[in-house]
Design a protein around this ligand. Structure first.
Ligand code: PLP
Length: 282
């Protein structure tokens, strides 16, 4: 058996969310759920739990660059997912890497701000991403507010999303999917330069989820690594995210992380969840 083709290697370049709902931890779980081997270069550490992001700590630039280069030097990476970059300097590193590797499909999740309102990319980084990284992307996957920032127009309904998807391709992305998970009737709008399509879904509960964008873009990257076309990769990634949301469970009092590994979950036994109380020494 050819292990390379059976287990394609997918690389995530993203932030670290220690609560494992978003960022590289979510990406690695998503890759595993797709029978891919995940590797990751961390752009920034964040301090966060289910209740939100407390602070962001960019990784030193040479460490980021050397990590990506050493992973690529192993020669097995089939696709790249780019998530949170934190600042322009990290975006410049990605521009250099993606320019040197045009053969690697890159899924660009233009992470700008957390749902709780914390900046995850500086303003110069947003401009740089628009100008330099969009033209390197096989697919860009903004939500409504990210799309609005990138195309500099309001993106609040399906007509706006259609215009935004076209504009993102005009700006250089090979394809774009604007995700509308927050709309009353959730719709994703996909444009590949030729066909404009709407993928409609039912609103699924729970809807206070964390890491949906990260998970969706990682699932697309995994499907591309498995050899699927961009449109099919998007359709399959959406179906995966819907099931991961449907199977979500709380890990704290705040928002629910997706259940990335729902396909592997065994029924939980009550005894597994009894809190372990440390014995106190007098
Ligand atoms: N933390 C990291 C590292 C992220 O990459 C993201 C989003 O991409 C977030 C936090 C925010 O995720 P959410 O808005 O789903 O809470």
């Amino acid at each position: 058996m050819n292990h390379h083709s059976a287990w394609p290697v997918v690389m995530s370049v993203a932030g670290y969310d220690p609560s494992a709902g978003a960022g590289v931890a979510a990406d690695l779980k998503t890759f595993a759920a797709h029978n891919c081997y995940g590797v990751a270069a961390i752009t920034a550490l964040t301090v966060q739990n289910s209740q939100g992001v407390a602070s962001v700590h960019p990784v030193e630039l040479p460490v980021l660059k050397e990590t990506i280069l050493s992973l690529l030097a192993d020669g097995r990476v089939c696709a790249i997912k780019v998530g949170m970059l934190a600042n322009q300097a990290a975006a410049e590193v990605l521009d250099e890497i993606l320019t040197a590797h045009p053969e690697l499909p890159a899924v660009l999740d233009p992470v700008i701000c957390s749902s709780t309102g914390v900046a995850l990319l500086d303003a110069a980084g947003v401009d740089y991403l628009r100008q330099r990284l969009l033209p390197r992307a096989a697919l860009v996957t903004p939500n409504l507010s990210e799309a609005a920032r990138l195309v500099e127009m309001p993106v609040e309904n399906v007509d706006h999303m259609r215009a935004a998807a076209r504009k993102l391709v005009e700006l250089g992305a090979r394809a774009a999917v604007v995700t509308g998970g927050h709309l009353e009737k959730p719709v994703d709008v996909f444009f590949d330069g030729t066909n404009l399509e709407q993928f409609v879904g039912d609103r699924i509960r729970p809807d206070n989820t964390h890491g949906t964008g990260c998970t969706f873009s990682a699932a697309v990257a995994a499907n591309l690594a498995l050899g699927r076309q961009v449109r099919d990769a998007v359709v399959l990634a959406k179906a995966y995210v819907v099931e991961a949301i449907r199977n979500a469970f709380p890990v704290g009092p705040g928002r629910l992380p997706l259940n990335h590994l729902y396909r592997m979950m065994q029924p939980a036994r009550l005894s597994d969840h009894s809190p372990v109380v440390a014995e106190s020494t007098p």
